[in-house]
Ligand binder design. Structure first.
Ligand code: LFR
Length: 482
């Protein structure tokens, strides 16, 4: 079958990339054409994202994509964008960004939680939005803004799409992380905006994955070397939505299996795919979220701590002059005996960037235990703690959604971490299937390919392509390690 090629812009909290995704009737393959670092910066009295720099990298990446595709005689069918969720930039009537966007790691929203909850009771918020409480959810961040007159809020992927096309839209999977989106109706919870004194049209109108945002602005097209008719297509613009769309679950032999997924990267997003939100008090008490997935599915999950814990440790160790290779670090951690001290990876004490090894050791000290000050022990503590958290969260999800999980899929960076995958098999007592590492970009590309008519069907059909295109690793529980 003749294939088609798509450009995926995929930016995470620590790095971004522009990828060419090639899709045939039976396979999806990725070629990274541009890679760049990302991270929060201290700027204008807060932790922010350097959006101007990121957008420059997006343009450089699209130019590279145009060049590489051209060398192969291919033309790029469309562009899709995904990033982390929650954060936004404010754009004025002239279409200018008024400041570099704050990062969810900035602490300013914490003080806004109580005032927001005085206006909107948390139980009422949850009953409509189904959103897990996190101090950085968009609604708390917005509550810190002084003057929103004449401004519009664009979530990060929407902001990139706006600067590429001039079109203002809010993609629905990411809208579902704002705390201002009705999980049942799939519409803005306009009453909540009003109750918080926010303009009703603060966010642009919704758009669904697969719909077209617009075509490239002529000056952008000229700059990157793509035809001005090139479209930007909405994908699951929340990276987790794209990653879940590409979980290699489903057909073939595994037909009847119920799967849980763990999108394991900076954060760990652990949960189930459902048809309907679970908005019960028990679900709220367990702090489960009902985020919107591709095709109107519900991503019923908890946002847990993730590999940020380790990458921040590595940053601290590097500043102290130790730069152990990740593989050596994990091998040394794996060689340590089980049963060491653990932390709660979700502790809000770990959100901000700072000396992570010391914060972890201090948390262990508070429990009356001792964690040695060496990288292997600290790494092992993080891995044990994540695996324990994964098992507890999956068990909670099974209980709250009344399901029994047969297989756990780990996608994203954590799927390459064999220690974490094995420990997860051990703690859950379930089969773990690891990969693909680049699920987010795969999901981005597949939704574009379907919009262009190169694949038809639902998530099952998209996932069939993921299964046939990737080597997956299976881990079985080792009872002796329990
Ligand atoms: C993962 C992620 C999570 C979201 C967090 C903050 O990259 O998008 O889903 O909770 O980042 O936006």
């Amino acid at each position: 079958t003749a294939g088609a090629v798509f450009a995926a812009v995929d930016i995470g909290a620590s790095s971004g990339r522009v990828i060419l995704g090639r899709v045939t009737g039976s396979e999806v393959t990725l070629e990274t054409v541009h890679r760049f670092p990302n991270g929060v910066v201290e700027l204008d009295g807060g932790l922010r994202w350097d959006f101007d720099a990121l957008f420059g990298e997006v343009l450089a990446g699209l130019a590279a994509a145009a060049r590489v595709a051209g060398e192969h005689g291919e033309s790029i069918a469309s562009i899709g964008i995904d990033t982390w969720a929650v954060d936004y930039g404010l754009v004025n009537a002239a279409g200018e960004l008024t400041a570099q966007p704050f990062s969810y790691r900035d602490d300013r929203s914490r003080a806004a939680v109580a005032p927001v909850h005085r206006k909107l009771d948390p139980a009422r918020l949850y009953g409509t939005t189904g959103l897990q409480f996190l101090q950085f959810n968009t609604l708390y961040q917005l509550a810190t803004e002084r003057d929103l007159d004449g401004l519009q809020a664009l979530l990060i992927p929407d902001l990139i799409a706006f600067f590429l096309t001039g079109q203002r839209r809010t993609e629905s999977t990411n809208a579902s992380t704002t705390g201002l989106f009705d999980a049942v109706a799939g519409e803005w919870a306009t009453g909540f905006l009003t109750a918080l004194g926010l303009p009703k049209d603060l966010f642009p109108p919704l758009i669904e994955p697969g719909e077209t945002v617009g075509t490239l602005l002529p000056e952008i097209a000229a700059r990157v070397g793509l035809p001005a008719s090139t479209t930007v297509v909405a994908v699951g613009s929340h990276d987790t939505a794209s990653a879940v769309a590409a979980v290699p679950a489903g057909p073939s032999a595994a037909d009847a299996e119920t799967f849980a997924y763990i999108s394991s990267g900076t954060w760990s997003l652990v949960g189930l795919e459902l048809d309907h939100p679970v908005l019960t008090e028990a679900s709220r008490a367990a702090n489960f979220t009902n985020e919107r997935g591709v095709d109107g599915t519900i991503r019923y999950l908890r946002n847990m701590g993730g590999l940020w814990l380790l990458s921040e440790c590595q940053r601290t160790w590097a500043a102290e002059g130790h730069t152990p290779e990740l593989t050596d670090l994990l091998a040394a951690a794996a060689a340590l005996p089980p049963g060491g001290p653990q932390i709660n990876p979700d502790d809000s004490a770990f959100i901000a960037p700072d000396n992570m090894p010391e914060r972890i050791r201090a948390t262990v000290r508070h429990t009356g235990d001792i964690l040695p000050d060496n990288p292997a022990a600290i790494t092992r503590c993080i891995m044990d703690s994540l695996a324990t958290g994964y098992a507890r969260t999956i068990a909670d999800a099974e209980r709250l959604a009344d399901r029994t999980v047969d297989v756990v899929h780990i996608v994203g960076g954590g799927s390459q971490n064999r220690l974490l995958c094995q420990l997860t098999a051990d703690t859950t007592g379930k089969k773990v299937v690891a990969g693909p590492v680049e699920a987010t970009a795969v999901g981005n590309v597949l939704v574009q390919a379907r919009a262009a008519g190169h694949i038809s069907g639902g998530l099952t059909e998209l996932r069939r392509l993921v299964v046939s295109s990737h080597e997956l690793q299976t881990f079985s529980p080792q009872l002796s390690r329990l």
